[in-house]
Design a protein around this ligand. Structure first.
Ligand code: ADP
Ligand code: MG
Length: 405
């Protein structure tokens, strides 16, 4: 059953308690915290603006960093309140407390259209423990609960899940709906051919995703360090490449599963290998076509897919109707090893397929290539998107009410 949407609720003149994901990357400069990427704040604007427009009293809850259950000044959400106010172009109040009498008074004083951000939920250890009393204390601040924090929905915490049990009206926010639409709805019955590009550092991180998607995908394009565990499993020399030696049996199992299901499971046919992991190295070179008799050179580490592989993968992308990408295919953080990842990003940008990007580093890579706007959908949730793709139920979604049949 679809969930009740924020748009289904009467919010006028009511206190709407909204969980958002404001866990943004920051840097400290001259003693001040600066937000380096405000995407997650921007992505929440539609829900907040909708509520403001409907005359709701908006109370925002969020977490920031890992303060481990106590107040840590550098993890205060106050700079986020300032940035949010700039983006909304209306004042945003900030409460240094998130439960108790003082914040309850503040909430009582809110007028329709006002926005109040509460201090970091994780300043209280009860948040991550999903403590019932803490959830109840949060619930006193709202008449209605809306969860728009997709990026935190895989955690069963007080503000992401527990609080919902104490309020009679609950709903999804607009960002949450968009994430579920693409990562769940669209991929439940994807237009075919359905192509999955998987990369990143470890095959062990992605086992659940590979197994779940094996049921639906026509083709897998494998890259990143995880490719070399598959090489090892097939007796191809891996040099100094990152390999999970204890996962080779699993790699064999996955290759056999693909064969049994008639799923194309492509590994890089050539790679960039290098002696040093640094920009401007003179030791990076192409391996040439790999085979059990010809692998990654001793002492060298594979850091990107090679030219021939890029061409092969681009051909596959060109025929796909749906593409899901999770995990960069090389160490793209170093420009010398970013060519594979950026080339595939360009191929996706040029394709007419529905293109969905999930996973923290893959999203960073696509944006660094300047191609964020060319994709159909870019997820704001790393861990949450992986768990959803694995077919898991997200606690932050399960806690919300469904529409009547
Ligand atoms: P995502 O966040 O998109 O799910 P992961 O966290 O699984 O992706 O992996 C991202 C990391 O994988 C990047 O930091 C990248 O440098 C690394 N990586 C990609 N290819 C390689 C490789 N060949 N060797 C080592 N690390 C790699
Ligand atoms: Mg990552």
């Amino acid at each position: 059953m679809p969930k009740i949407s924020v748009c289904d609720l009467n919010v006028n003149n009511r206190r709407v308690l909204v969980r958002v994901d404001f866990n943004v990357p920051t840097e400290e400069k001259d003693g001040r915290v600066r937000i380096t990427d405000d995407t997650r704040i921007r992505e929440t604007l539609p829900t907040i603006q909708y509520l403001v427009g409907k005359g709701a009293k908006v109370v925002l809850m969020a977490h920031f960093g890992r303060p481990k259950g106590q107040p840590v000044p550098k993890y205060s959400l106050e700079p986020v309140a300032e940035r949010l106010a700039e983006l909304l172009e209306i004042p945003v109040q900030f409460s240094p407390e998130c439960i108790g009498a003082s914040v309850e008074h503040r909430v009582d004083a809110l007028k329709p259209g006002d926005v109040l951000l509460l201090e970091n939920m994780r300043f209280h250890a009860e948040e991550e423990k999903n403590d019932a009393a803490f959830s109840q204390a949060l619930a006193r601040l709202g008449d209605v609960y809306v969860n728009d924090a997709f990026g935190a929905a895989h955690r069963a915490h007080a503000s992401t899940a527990g609080v919902a049990a104490h309020l009679s009206e609950t709903a999804t926010g607009l960002l949450m709906e968009k994430e579920l639409k693409y990562l769940h709805g669209e991929l439940a019955d994807p237009a075919k051919p359905f192509l999955v590009i998987l990369g990143g550092s470890k095959v062990s991180d992605k086992i659940g995703v590979i197994k779940a998607l094996m049921e639906k995908a026509n083709t897998f394009l494998i890259g990143g360090a995880m490719a070399y565990t598959f090489y090892r499993a097939q007796g191809i020399a891996t040099g100094n490449s990152r390999v999970e030696a204890d996962k080779t049996d699993l790699a064999v199992e996955l290759l056999e599963l693909a064969k049994k299901k008639g799923v194309k499971f492509l590994l890089p046919v050539d790679n960039i290998e290098t002696l040093e992991i640094k920009a401007g190295t003179t030791t990076a070179r192409n391996t040439g076509r790999l085979s059990p008799g010809h692998g990654i050179t001793d002492g060298y580490e594979a850091v990107d897919i090679g030219k021939e592989t890029i061409e092969l993968y681009k051909k596959e992308i060109a025929t796909a109707k749906t593409v899901l990408w999770n995990g960069p295919v090389g160490i793209f953080e170093i420009p010398d090893f970013a060519n594979g990842t950026f080339s595939l990003a360009r191929a996706l940008a040029e394709s007419d397929a529905t293109t969905i990007i999930g996973g923290g580093d893959s999203v960073t890579a696509v944006k660094q290539a300047g191609l964020g706007d060319a994709m159909t959908f870019i997820s704001t949730g790393g861990g949450a998107s992986l768990e959803l793709l694995e077919g898991k139920v997200l606690p932050g979604v399960a806690a919300l009410a469904e529409q009547d049949a």
